[in-house]
Design a protein around this ligand. Structure first.
Ligand SMILES: CC(C)(COP(=O)(O)OP(=O)(O)OC[C@H]1O[C@@H](n2cnc3c(N)ncnc32)[C@H](O)[C@@H]1OP(=O)(O)O)[C@@H](O)C(=O)NCCC(=O)NCCS
Length: 144
């Protein structure tokens, strides 16, 4: 298999990224892919990464840094290419970019039903932080 090419996501990648989200169940009804894509392209776009194999988008990760912690969102690998190290490669790429910004620690949230993701992140050295994860929409039309 060709090696994964990781690069910053750009405007022309939207359709493929949205399709990958559909295949990976990331496009929940309240997570409108257009709005997520546009917001991230406008803010810290260098932390929104895609992975390509033979010019086809097979993986994504959206990282962020607010000055204290780094955050990971939308990590996804095409179901046809799982368990080949691509998820790990996307996380390494995100960690490298966050570290270059001076970020000391990375946090992430996992849906309670997603035990596969828990197992994956544990393999990468993540462990449970005993915290409540709470959220509140501050834009009336969104639940993101
Ligand atoms: C989670 C996900 C990104 C993992 O991608 P992947 O490319 O299959 O993972 P990798 O091949 O890089 O695996 C890295 C390590 O995790 C382990 N791993 C991956 N998936 C696993 C699973 N379901 N159960 C147990 N271990 C798993 C691998 O065996 C590997 O371990 P090793 O390096 O010690 O051999 C992928 O399953 C996915 O896209 N899931 C749907 C979207 C999702 O849930 N994203 C996370 C949202 S929080």
């Amino acid at each position: 298999m060709q090696s994964l090419a990781v690069r910053e996501c750009d405007q022309g990648d939207f359709e493929e990224v949205a399709q990958l989200g559909e295949r990976c169940y990331l496009n929940a009804s309240h997570n409108r892919p257009e709005s997520m894509f546009d917001r991230k392209r406008a803010y810290q776009p260098g932390l929104f990464l895609i992975g390509e194999l033979e010019c086809r988008v097979v993986s994504t990760v959206m990282a962020g840094y607010e000055g204290r912690r780094g955050w990971i969102n939308l990590l996804a690998v095409d179901p046809d290419y799982r368990r080949l190290g691509l998820g790990r490669a996307m996380m390494v790429a995100a960690h490298e970019r966050l570290a270059a910004l001076g970020c000391p620690k990375v946090n992430l949230q996992i849906r309670v039903w997603n035990s596969d993701a828990v197992a994956f992140y544990e393999r990468l050295g993540y462990s449970l932080d005993l915290c409540y994860s709470m959220g509140k929409s501050i834009e009336p039309s969104t639940q993101e």
